[in-house]
Ligand binder design. Sequence first.
Ligand code: PGA
Length: 250
Amino acid sequence: MRKKIVAGNWKMNKNLADAGTLLSDLKSKLGQVSGAEVIVAPTFTNLQSTVEALKGSNIQVSAQNMHQAENGAFTGEISADMLTSVGVQTVILGHSERRAYFGETDALLAEKVNTALAHGMKVIFCFGEELEDRKSENHFKVVEGQLKNGLFHIEASAWKNIVLAYEPVWAIGTGETASPEQAQEMHAFIRKTIEQSYTAAIAEEVSILYGGSVKPANAAEIFAKADVDGGLIGGAALDAEGFAAIAGSF
Ligand code: PGA
């Protein structure tokens, strides 16, 4: 049985004190949630304090990004070793904001994936088409390309450390959500694509999250779809009550 997962991507929000408040609210509200793995992804400066704050809870911690190199002269960057040294075992790679604003390409992401896996980390690999791609009916092709060029070089055995997050760019932070049918259609396509390049068992086992304006009001409907295994939540993850409601939507 593949895992149900709800991950909160805090992006560049919450200073140390605000993150502490959100975490303690989350811990009390998420106590009752079962059936889904819960992950929070605060910014770099809050990672260590978040790991500390969540000790003994069942909430896991992810970074939002990392550099592909082991170490060296890369001013402002953070390595996999630095993340694992503070107890962070998961990293989000390929978020559309990293691709769009920081020029991250499929080739670069392939390197980052390799580095994260080499350090025994779990990767939440994000991808998704832009509005023009969908309008021109190229969305399946774009998604297939992002997967094949950024991820499908990994060995079959590495898939146990991969979570996928399909996030159509037109639905991120816009209030516009893919319909449950659109999400299901793409998730089924993703699973089929994995099956064709790897095996049916790998395709069946990997959790595929949907992301893009998921809220308490629409989460249950989206998560009910057969190939949707949870969500990557942005805006709504900044509010403990809303995030807990989403995590409890299965
Ligand atoms: P959103 O962001 O929920 O605010 O649309 C999702 C994401 O970027 O992961």
